[in-house]
Design a binder for this molecule. Structure first.
Ligand code: SF4
Ligand code: SF4
Length: 177
C-alpha cells in the first residue's frame, strides 16, 4: 500500500501492520525528498516554536485546575499519534515513540506521571494540547485578559500554520507519485 493511502484518520498504532508500513514509508520519503520537504520542516519548526510559546500560559492554568480534577482526561487512547502528528514529527526530524504493549485505551495514558505528561508539549499528540475541559476554560477566561488574547492569537497562528504544513507535505507527496 502506498504512503498516500495510509495517511488518513484510520491509521492507528493498533493496526500494527499498517502503522509499521506507514512509519517505514515516511522514513524513506523523508530521506529521499530532503530538499523538497525542507519548507515543510521549516513550517513544522515554527509550529513547534508557537506551541513552546504558549506552554507557560497553559501550564499556569493546568497547575491550578488539574490537581483537583476527579476525572483526568489523560487516558491512553489520547496518547497515540495520528497521521497528522506523524507528518509533523517526521518534519521535525524526530520519530514516533515505541508504544507499550498491553495498555488498554481506557487505562491511564502510558505517558502520564505524577508531574503530568512526560512528553514535551510541542511534540505531544496535537489533540492533547488543544483539549480544554470546561474547568480549564473557565479558569483561563477568568484570568487576565491580555495573556488570554495573546494565547488565542498564537493558538490561531499555530492552527493555520500546521494546516499549511500538512498541505505542503501532501503536495510534495503527490508530486513524488
Ligand atoms: S484538563 Fe480538565 S479534564 Fe483534563 S485533567 Fe485537567 S481538569 Fe481534568
Ligand atoms: S497529554 Fe500526555 S499524558 Fe495526557 S493523554 Fe496526551 S500524551 Fe497522554
Amino acid at each position: 500500500m502506498k504512503l498516500l493511502q495510509l495517511l488518513n484518520y484510520e491509521l492507528s498504532w493498533h493496526d500494527r501492520e499498517k502503522w509499521d508500513r506507514a512509519v517505514h514509508l515516511m522514513e524513506r520519503f523523508f530521506e529521499e525528498s530532503r530538499a523538497e520537504l525542507a519548507p515543510v520542516g521549516e513550517k513544522a519548526r515554527i509550529v513547534k516554536f508557537g506551541i513552546d510559546a504558549v506552554d507557560a500560559f497553559i501550564q499556569v492554568n493546568t497547575a491550578v485546575v488539574c490537581p483537583r480534577c476527579e476525572s483526568v482526561c489523560c487516558i491512553n487512547k489520547h496518547g497515540y499519534y495520528d497521521f497528522e502528528d506523524l507528518i509533523y514529527i517526521f518534519s521535525l526530524g524526530a520519530k514516533p515513540p515505541r508504544y507499550k504493549e498491553g495498555v488498554l485505551d481506557t487505562d491511564s495514558c502510558q505517558f502520564i506521571s505524577r508531574q503530568g505528561c512526560t512528553i514535551e508539549r510541542a511534540v505531544r499528540p496535537f489533540r492533547c494540547n488543544w483539549h480544554f475541559c470546561n474547568a480549564l476554560l473557565n479558569n483561563i477566561e477568568e484570568g487576565p485578559a491580555r495573556p488570554y488574547r495573546e494565547f488565542v492569537k498564537r493558538f490561531e497562528e499555530v492552527m493555520d500554520l500546521r494546516s499549511e504544513m500538512l498541505g505542503d507535505f501532501f503536495k510534495s507527496l503527490r508530486s513524488a507519485g
